[in-house]
Design a protein around this ligand. Structure first.
Ligand code: TYD
Length: 214
């Protein structure tokens, strides 16, 4: 029985979820007794970070869509086994920058791969461990891509270079997921000012943590 809680941050590129995650952790830490683990996908452990480098390399333009999906899934599995499952077993609170919904949104809606197959692969890689709570940072693709192009400290990766149309499909994928799984996935309007976005997350997260004390 895995006691901890798994909370994921999702959204299209340039939605600002990584910055929000960094900003809320010190605040959450003041309210929480148990250890907090922060990680990201693809990556989080050495083998998965190496897979990440292969996937996101801007020179790998010939990568097949199914190869891309399977590499994300492989990175996910290794990360779960080495880092996420042990943390949850210890009752820790795990925050993750991207997880299973990214595969559905990007490889399913964005690339057009079969969503049922992706759902099955996600279940296989995670032993069917779904997030307990997910924040979806929603932003129009034009704004997201503009933010990326203006940001100095974010390296441009292979997926950022995809056409606007693919990014729009990714966003639609997230919107559909958020509608279908409205209990788990909370939509946050990421066009609002940064401080307001943080507040909107905390307004959901703090009561959630309070009522789900591990
Ligand atoms: P990253 O630089 O971490 O982007 P971001 O800061 O937007 O999270 O790169 C991760 C990229 O990988 C991002 O474009 C989304 C993509 N991705 C998928 O396509 N499928 C997946 O399953 C995951 C986890 C990520």
């Amino acid at each position: 029985m895995r006691l901890g809680k798994l909370i994921t941050f999702e959204g299209p590129d340039g939605a600002g979820k990584t910055s929000v995650l960094e900003a809320i952790i010190p605040i959450i830490s003041q309210h929480q007794k148990q250890d907090i683990v922060i990680s990201r996908e693809p990556g989080g452990v050495q083998i998965s970070e190496k897979i990440r480098d292969i996937i996101l390399d801007i020179h790998h333009t010939q990568m097949d869509d199914k190869t891309e999906l399977l590499l994300y899934i492989a990175a996910r599995r290794q990360h779960m086994v080495e880092k996420v499952f042990p943390a949850l077993d210890k009752g820790q609170l795990v925050f993750m920058d991207r997880f299973i919904d990214s595969s559905v949104a990007y490889q399913g809606f964005g690339r057009g791969l079969d969503v049922e197959a992706i759902n099955w692969l996600n279940q296989y890689a995670t032993d069917n461990r779904k997030p307990d709570l997910t924040f979806f940072f929603d932003v129009p693709s034009e704004i997201g891509l503009k933010r990326i192009s203006l940001s100095d400290d974010r390296e441009v990766n292979r997926l950022d270079l995809e056409k606007l149309e693919m990014h729009q499909k990714v966003r639609e994928g997230y919107q559909e997921l958020a509608q279908k799984e409205s209990q788990r996935i909370k939509k946050i309007d990421a066009t609002k000012p940064f401080e307001q976005v943080i507040q909107d997350v905390l307004d959901i997260l703090l009561p959630y943590l309070e009522s789900n004390k591990i």
